[in-house]
Design a protein around this ligand. Structure first.
Ligand SMILES: Nc1ncnc2c1ncn2[C@@H]1O[C@H](COP(=O)(O)OP(=O)(O)OP(=O)(O)O)[C@@H](O)[C@H]1O
Ligand SMILES: Cc1ncc(COP(=O)(O)O)c(N)n1
Length: 269
């Protein structure tokens, strides 16, 4: 079984962060492992509080895994502070980590700043060692300083981000009003991945789910292009199967949930 590591934050209500990542990995048939960078107290209505881990315990978790287990792919999500990001980059280079996916998580859907503003430069450094980075539109705007409205703007932002040294860039279109088309820049070519906007409030954890699916598919040996296409199918089905939970924004339905709830079509994996 392929082994995939998520380096991210814990979401107490289980819709995003480490919990979404592990659920996705489980559904896609890879073995999920975690390095926790921060513990958030959050529910479907928002983030109440955050406790960052110390850089030392982040380093110790990474060392514990890489000194014992062969890691086939790594997904990085909420990384909080410049100090934590520096440790992650140094250790991943030290262990020659393969197939690195960076989801540059900055602000939660509920508006809480999960990345300290002073950490943007370090985050760009971490992006430079990745195989793929998956910003949503507001994150791509912060990384590039560009205003992104059209598909052409998304392409320009991707060209700008690839100059940071990353091998490929996926700009996610979920924040646009009428469309959920994503744009992949890969080996100097653009791939437009069409998506229709699904009418649901329950989109907590969409970005975490997509990036951990990409890492899982890369671990299985698919190319970046194949992994992104398979993962777009996975997240689309997961959003179609999203459900109400609590009083706010509910989570996506992982295909293993669908299976357990009696469904039979859990898609290509
Ligand atoms: N309502 C929707 N209908 C269909 N696809 C969607 C919808 N919302 C998001 N997506 C898709 O989900 C994936 C994740 O995109 P999104 O822009 O939501 O990421 P994100 O903002 O980083 O997520 P998160 O805030 O959970 O980290 C993309 O493929 C995007 O096109
Ligand atoms: C620990 C953690 N990581 C990531 C997100 C982003 O997800 P969303 O934008 O859906 O709130 C989150 N809310 N919490």
């Amino acid at each position: 079984m392929k082994k995939v590591l998520t380096i991210a934050g814990s979401d107490s209500c289980g819709g995003a962060g480490i919990q979404a990542d592990i659920k996705t990995m489980d559904a896609l048939g890879v073995y999920g492992m975690s390095v926790i960078c921060a513990v958030t107290a959050q529910n479907t209505m928002g983030v109440e509080d955050v406790q960052d881990m110390t850089p030392d315990i982040v380093r110790a978790q990474i060392d514990a895994i890489f000194t014992d287990i062969e890691v086939d792919a790594v997904k990085i999500g909420m990384v909080s502070s410049p100090e934590i990001i520096r440790v992650i980059k140094e250790r991943l280079i030290f262990y020659k980590a393969k197939k690195i996916v960076v989801d540059p998580v900055m602000v939660s859907k509920s508006g809480y700043h999960l990345l300290k503003k002073k950490a943007i430069d370090e985050l760009k450094g971490l992006i430079s060692i990745a195989d793929i980075v998956t910003p949503n539109i507001p994150e791509a705007e912060v990384l590039t300083g560009l205003n992104i409205i059209t598909e052409e703007d998304m392409k320009n932002a991707a060209k700008n981000i690839i100059k940071m040294g990353v091998k490929s860039v996926l700009i996610k279109g979920g924040h646009r009003c009428n469309d959920a088309t994503d744009i992949l820049l890969y080996k100097e070519n653009f791939l437009v991945i069409p998506g229709k906007k699904i009418d649901t409030e329950n989109t907590h954890g969409t970005g975490c789910t997509l990036s951990s699916s990409i890492a899982s598919q890369l671990a299985k040996g698919f190319s970046i292009k194949e992994s992104v296409i398979l993962s777009k199918k996975y997240i689309t089905k997961a959003i179609e199967n999203s459900f109400a939970l609590g009083k706010g924004v509910g989570p996506v339905g992982h295909l293993i949930d669908l299976y357990k709830r009696g469904g039979t079509d859990y898609g290509e994996n």
